[in-house]
Every structure is written in C-alpha cells, then in structure tokens.
Ligand binder design. Structure first.
Ligand code: ADP
Ligand code: MG
Length: 163
C-alpha cells in the first residue's frame, strides 16, 4: 500500500469519528473536531475547501502533493464508483489518482485549481472525454491540474431517468 503512515492516521481519524459520536450520542459528521485532529496529525496540512459532501485538506508526503477528503462513508463510496467507472487504462489520465480510502478518509493527488474558466477548451475536452461513462458535474470547482494536465477531482454519476 502507498502512503502507509497516512493510512495509519486515517484509521485513527475513523476511530475518532465513531467514538466521538458514540460519546456525544450524535450522528452528524464532526467536521470541526476532525479538522482539529488533522492539524495535529499532519504538519503541513491546510484546509482547501468544502463542497456539498466533503471537506478537503491539503497534505503532503515526501514531496508529493496529496489531499485528504473527509466525508460520510456513503459519499466516499460514491467517489470510488465514479473513479472505477472510467476504464482502468485511461482512469488516471482523466481523473486525479485516488490511492485508497478508509471509512471516512480518501487520499487523492492534489490538483492545482488556479485559473480555470468555464469555457476553457481543456475543460470542455475533459467533459467530452468522460461523457461515455455517464460522468457529470465536471466544472471548474471539480477539476484541477495534476502534473500539468487538467483532470477531474470530483464528479457525479448521471442518474438514468425512469420511464
Ligand atoms: N484533489 C484535489 N486537489 C485540490 N483541491 C481539491 C481536490 N479535491 C477537491 N478539492 C477542493 O475541495 C472542494 C471540495 O471537494 P470535492 O471533492 O469537490 O467535494 P464535494 O463532493 O463536497 O463537492 C473542491 O471544490 C475543490 O476546490
Ligand atoms: Mg465537488
């Protein structure tokens, strides 16, 4: 497994979340409390942002730029579904590499989100490339440059309409 030390920390975060909620008799995801733990566990971590489902932190490991995505189990599972919808041979060409995930943590390559416009040809091209796999929601907030190439950081699967 890649990034073993990070994996150990992720398992610790998982345990923390479950124990914390058990003690408090709550079910909401304790984003704020975990944010504090992340600062303690990862020296150079930085909060990058949040979307509708996840909180995302920059972390680094031996000069590699990574992100830690924090969310409920079902949303990370959904992310894996998205990732695995892209054929293996082209997966990491169009989608920022996901190394692994635990119950509440997912580790992905960091993408540079500087200056991406809605009409950028590279974004339109990326969208088209992923259309055959029913991936949607590929917009500036969900893409970034990984090793100089624009890639998906987050997407959704198009729901089929019921007839
Ligand atoms: N791999 C990444 N590299 C850099 N920033 C990221 C990465 N993944 C997500 N982000 C940032 O965090 C935000 C939320 O992450 P995202 O995966 O889109 O979660 P959500 O499912 O909540 O939309 C993104 O809009 C983006 O700004
Ligand atoms: Mg998103």
């Amino acid at each position: 497994m890649r990034h073993k030390t990070i994996h150990k920390k992720a398992l610790f975060i998982d345990e923390f979340v479950d124990k914390f909620n058990q003690i408090r008799k709550r079910k909401n995801f304790p984003y704020k409390a975990v944010g504090t733990i992340i600062k303690l566990l990862f020296q150079k971590s930085e909060f990058l942002g949040k979307g509708a489902f996840k909180n995302v932190y920059y972390i680094s490991s031996r000069k590699k730029d990574l992100v830690l995505k924090l969310s409920k189990k079902k949303y990370l599972k959904n992310d894996m579904k998205v990732y695995n919808k892209i054929p293996k041979s082209i997966r990491n060409r169009y989608h920022a590499k996901i190394y692994w995930h635990t119950k509440y943590c997912l580790i992905q390559k960091w993408g540079n989100q500087n200056k991406i416009s809605k009409r950028d040809k590279r974004l339109i091209n990326l969208k088209n490339k992923l259309k055959p796999y029913d991936l949607i929601d590929i917009r500036p907030a969900n893409v970034g440059f990984v090793d100089g190439k624009l890639k998906v950081l987050d997407a959704l699967i198009k729901k089929k309409r019921k007839k």
